[in-house]
Design a protein around this ligand. Structure first.
Ligand code: ZN
Length: 65
């Protein structure tokens, strides 16, 4: 089953950008960033990939004052 990002529709099984990977007792925890800029925490284990949490898209600041 493929889930997609609710913000931009990017497929969750296609990593846009990997921020960091952490090996855990159950598998691998991957922090990734979507095409829309939202960060995701996913757990990759023997049963597959599971998105644990998902952030909001990054709002680009209008300017740096
Ligand atoms: Zn997205």
């Amino acid at each position: 089953m493929t889930t997609v990002c609710p913000h931009c529709g990017w497929p969750d099984d296609q990593l846009f950008q990997v921020l960091s990977r952490h090996r855990t007792g159950t598998g691998l925890t991957v922090w990734s960033r979507c095409a829309c800029g939202s960060t995701q925490v996913r757990e990759i284990g023997v049963t597959g990939t599971r998105v644990l949490s998902r952030g909001r898209p990054v709002q680009t600041p209008p300017c740096h004052a």
